[in-house]
Design a protein around this ligand. Structure first.
Ligand SMILES: Nc1ncnc2c1ncn2[C@@H]1O[C@H](COP(=O)(O)OP(=O)(O)OP(=O)(O)O)[C@@H](O)[C@H]1O
Ligand SMILES: O=P(O)(O)OC[C@H]1O[C@H](OP(=O)(O)OP(=O)(O)O)[C@H](O)[C@@H]1O
Ligand SMILES: [Mg+2]
Length: 283
């Protein structure tokens, strides 16, 4: 059985559970359940703290896990990033109090930086020759400056609301762009059959989220122009309508391009353009 670690709480948990459910895996039925055996799909799910998942996967006691890129890098373990999962996007930023003179990386020298991600921040500063004291806090890091234990912070930023509400101003380049990722134990080969099947199912969910199905009618002499606009993956399906002057095209297109494509197709003569959401896929 493939042993899979999944977040038991936090920002990444619900999107992870949704993705596994869409991929057809059995989830836990109550929040106190820590392990689920899904014999039909030959997997075992372990519900763990996001912070710890990279440790279990890095040591190989669990084959794969879903966590954040920032947590993986901060863990310093041997776990390897295997697949981007399309959710939980965030950046990791430095921020100092409004009006503070700490506005550049160099300004961090000899200062106290509060963060929950000590290794990530420490390595980043060391690589850039910046010497600062890292103050470890488990959460609500943005309160640390106001309460006088730090001069600035380094934390996860999504909308920036938390930083603004705490009177903090982001400065310098992002330390990292993070997102939900599938990580793999170094003991699990990329060509491991169980790994291939699991990755293919998650990829199928990602494709179903990212693409839609488009059908349209087009005058037969315009088919090539239309297919150049919607080339699809291998190639679109083209069939004749009863009236041979017209053809029907079925093709997968990226969700975010739908309206632009419909405008362009209409301009070259396409009609009855319809878009259908994808339930599942294997590409
Ligand atoms: N506001 C957010 N937007 C996007 N991702 C976030 C956000 N906050 C935390 N994350 C991501 O969630 C992961 C941290 O998970 P963790 O459960 O430890 O903290 P959490 O999600 O903030 O949950 P909690 O606050 O309950 O501890 C990291 O990968 C981090 O990038
Ligand atoms: O940029 P924003 O959209 O405001 O989101 C970023 C905030 O979200 C998370 O906090 P969370 O609520 O998880 O509390 P925590 O800091 O205790 O983890 C993270 O730690 C940041 O503080
Ligand atoms: Mg949090």
């Amino acid at each position: 059985m493939l042993r899979i670690a999944v977040p038991n709480k936090g920002m990444l948990s619900q999107p992870s559970w949704n993705m596994l459910a869409e991929a057809g895996y059995k989830l836990r039925t109550n929040p106190r359940q820590l392990v689920v055996e899904d014999h039909d799909n030959d997997i075992e799910l372990f519900y763990l703290r996001p912070l710890d998942i990279a440790v279990y996967v890095g040591r190989g006691t669990v084959d794969v896990g879903i966590t954040g890129r920032d947590l993986l890098l901060n863990s310093g373990t041997a776990a390897v990033e295997h697949l981007k999962l399309g959710f939980g996007a965030s950046t990791f930023r430095f921020a100092s109090p409004e009006g503070s003179d700490i506005k550049t990386l160099e300004g961090i020298n000899a200062k106290r930086v509060a963060s929950s991600y000590d290794k990530l921040v420490g390595d980043y500063l060391k690589e850039r020759g910046i010497s600062a004291e890292i103050i470890h806090l488990d959460g609500a890091v943005e309160s640390s400056v106001h309460l006088g234990v730090a001069d600035l912070i380094a934390d996860v930023v999504s909308t920036g609301t938390t930083m603004r509400n705490a009177g903090l101003r982001i400065f310098a380049d992002p330390i990292l762009h993070s997102e939900g990722i599938l990580i793999r134990s170094p003991r699990v080969r990329v060509d491991d059959e169980r790994m291939i099947k699991f990755s293919r199912r998650l990829q199928g969910v990602l494709t179903a989220h990212h693409y839609v199905l488009m059908d349209y009618d087009i005058p037969t002499e315009k088919v090539q122009e239309a297919v150049d606009i919607t080339p699809g993956f291998e190639s679109p399906t083209v069939s004749h309508l009863h009236d041979r002057q017209w053809s029907a095209v079925r093709v997968m297109v990226p969700k975010e391009t739908v309206n632009t494509l419909m405008d362009r197709l209409y301009d070259v003569g396409a009609r009855a353009i319809i878009v259908t959401a994808l339930q599942a896929s294997r590409m």
